[in-house]
Write a protein that binds this ligand. Structure first.
Ligand code: GDP
Length: 198
């Protein structure tokens, strides 16, 4: 897969607006400000593909990106948990995320983006539980790894790996990542390729 050829396809506010189920897609989820947009931009070497925002949580749309192989897509799910988003909007968001996760046949895996300094917040726990319940493949991206020195970064990775493998077995993988330092990009590409081409 040539990730740098990823192209914006469309946005959806609800499931009925989503493009027809493709062959296979991998969806990126994360709390607002975790570094999800930066991770997508780094993965695709496209600084503008996913919008990185200084006002996190504003994009409430599901964004679809076509990859260079027909039927393969990346999906950017709306960031969750920005304090200033009104409750009604959060509810709407949660509903359409739920529907997407439950109904999307093409969904092969969730990439859960977490700030390595603040892993496993409430939203993250919710996603992990959902993957546990449904058997969905999960890849955890511990991003902003440049904010920690190697020792603490590795120990967070190992600790979390042990914890999540207990719950999800070999359906979960984890890695450290840094958009700032371009760290972990090849590993992420390899994992997503494996999942989409399986
Ligand atoms: P999103 O809300 O999850 O899409 O988060 P963004 O990608 O917009 O990033 C939120 C903030 O974290 C921005 O100020 C980014 O510049 C910063 N950021 C994202 N990734 C990294 C990273 O790997 N390292 C560092 N140091 N900062 C990052």
């Amino acid at each position: 897969i040539q990730f740098n050829q990823a192209r914006y396809a469309t946005s959806a506010d609800k499931l009925s607006q989503c493009p027809a189920d493709s062959l296979a897609e991998v969806a990126f989820a994360g709390r607002s400000n975790a570094g999800k947009s930066s991770a997508i931009n780094t993965l695709t070497q496209n600084g503008k593909l996913a919008r990185t925002s200084k006002t996190p949580g504003r994009t409430q749309l599901i964004n679809f990106f076509d990859l260079n192989l027909p039927g393969l897509r990346l999906v950017d799910l709306p960031g969750y948990g920005y304090a200033k988003v009104p409750v009604a909007m959060k509810t709407h968001w949660q509903q359409h995320l739920d529907t997407y996760l439950q109904k999307r046949d093409a969904l092969r895996a969730v990439v859960l983006v977490m700030d390595i300094r603040h892993p496993m917040k409430e939203f993250d726990e919710m996603m992990v539980s959902w993957c546990q319940k449904t058997g969905m493949r999960l890849h955890v991206l511990l991003t902003k790894a440049d904010k920690l020195t190697r020792g603490p970064a590795q120990s967070t990775l190992l600790q979390l790996r042990a914890q999540l493998q207990k719950r999800l077995g070999d359906r979960v993988t984890l890695q450290t990542f840094s958009s700032l330092k371009n760290q972990g990009v090849e590993e992420l590409r390899a994992i997503i390729s494996d999942i989409l081409l399986a």
